[in-house]
Design a protein around this ligand. Structure first.
Ligand code: DP6
Length: 327
């Protein structure tokens, strides 16, 4: 009863920030993402009667019971579905910094959902896997699929109504790139889960976020259909800034950027003014993700190399959904 799975993280072009059903992890609004081939989690789950408790080894480090709490409640969902009562050993590795605003929970729970179900002998559809992954971490609902993915928010109290679906697969637009700039490798101070809850209840901007996010989604879907990079970049950038405005105006304020993030944002705007067509998006952390086209990647990377504070540059294309690696 063992399975190994790989899943990629995704980056939202239309963000998810806020839940309307906290227990079921049902979001306030639909979101849209692209799955990235350069940010990958590999997870092995083994259920066995030899294990006396659940055990998680994350990036080669054995996690405490406290650190494994989310994992254990997620395994309980799988055990319940499969009607088994065996404990599991889970070994998971990311090829990028964990919990630093690089969407590690998206690839993490997508990989865990598929590996856990496969190891438990369950054969779920992608939609069912997306519903399950959502309960580990909302953004993980999208990482079950490759390419461009929409997560339909669904209704409060209706578990089955909230799931992701693929709009276009990973081969739809090979020229589109996301350049991830890692500025800080540490764990973020405020998790997305508690940060978004605070924005929903305390930010005076939250209502405007909800009033405009659907229109952003419709416009971005149209631009994707037309492969209109200029519109995709501008909508994604402005949607990200709107999300950050709800963060900044939360009480207490949520400031996920650092000084280097701001310096790069200004630099990106400057480069764009001078004719290089690039856009940024940022999640709940200081890292920057630049949207660009393949033809500009080399030139852009050369320019970025002059910043000493950029720890890592990860060049991503649109990647595949979660899949099983077992021989
Ligand atoms: C800013 O999916 O990590 O990256 O559902 O509470 O686990 P939980 O939150 P999570 O939040 C992601 C927030 C975001 C935007 C996005 O990916 O859409």
């Amino acid at each position: 009863m063992k399975s190994t799975v790989t899943a990629n993280a995704n980056i939202a072009l239309i963000k998810y920030w806020g839940k309307k059903d906290f227990d079921l992890n049902i979001p306030q609004n639909n979101s849209l993402s692209v799955t990235l081939d350069g940010l990958t989690t590999k997870t092995t789950v083994e259920f066995s009667s030899l294990y006396k408790h659940d055990e998680l080894i994350l990036n080669n480090i054995l996690q405490s019971i406290e650190e494994s709490k989310k994992l254990i409640s997620f395994l309980n969902l799988i055990r319940e579905k499969a009607n088994i009562n065996l404990f599991a050993k889970v070994i998971s590795e990311n090829n990028f910094p964990t919990a630093a605003g690089l969407a590690s929970s998206s690839s993490g729970f997508a990989a865990l959902a598929l590996a856990g179900c496969d190891a438990a002998g369950l054969n779920l559809s992608k939609k069912e896997l997306s519903i399950l992954a959502r309960k580990g971490s909302g953004s993980a609902a999208r990482s079950i699929f490759g390419g461009f993915v929409e997560w339909a928010a669904g209704k409060i109290g209706y578990d089955e109504s909230s799931y992701a679906m693929q709009l276009y697969d990973e081969n739809y637009w090979p020229e589109i790139r996301v350049i991830v700039l890692v500025l800080e490798e540490g764990k973020k101070e405020v998790s997305s889960r508690s940060g978004m809850q605070s924005s929903v209840f305390t930010s005076p901007m939250y209502k405007s976020w909800l009033d405009t996010v659907n229109l952003d989604l419709i416009s971005l879907k149209r631009a994707l259909l037309e492969k209109d990079f200029t519109r995709i970049g501008s909508i994604a950038e402005s949607n990200c800034l709107k999300m950050h405005s709800t963060m900044l105006t939360s009480n207490p304020p949520l400031i996920y950027w650092n000084a280097n993030t701001l310096e790069l944002v200004k630099y990106i705007l400057e480069l764009r003014k001078n004719g290089l067509e690039i856009y940024f998006t940022i999640d709940a952390g200081p890292q920057i993700k630049i949207l660009c086209l393949e033809k500009d990647v080399l030139n852009l990377k050369k320019k970025l190399n002059s910043f000493d504070f950029i720890n890592k540059i990860i060049d991503c294309s649109s990647g595949s959904g979660a899949f099983i690696l077992n021989e």
